[in-house]
Design a protein around this ligand. Sequence first.
Ligand code: FES
Length: 121
Amino acid sequence: MTAIPSFAALAAKGSTSSRIHQIHIDDTQEVYPCSEKDNALNALARSGRKGIPVGCRGGGCGVCKVAVLAGSFRSRVMSRSHVSADEEANGVVLACCIQPTSDLTLSVIGKLRKAVTRPRS
Ligand code: FES
């Protein structure tokens, strides 16, 4: 498992006053810290991986689709054009629309998958 140290980035954003949880990427076994006040897509974007598709950041484009395999989170309303009710019932969400309330285990799907699972150079 690879931990990506970006606590300094969280501190620089002033987000250390909230709890920090770990986001485990099941596909790569990498781990990223994420504040309860931040969303899972921002944590991925801070990973240092190139090409992470960060679209609208508001649930409108569907580029950041992930499946939550374990853990709890708060979520905003997500467009049904990107996440169906069946998908949501099975843990599929938009990473930009969820904030962790515990450590999370995610699997990346859709357009995000290629960038997140590409071997690091
Ligand atoms: S970045 Fe557009 S839906 Fe998440």
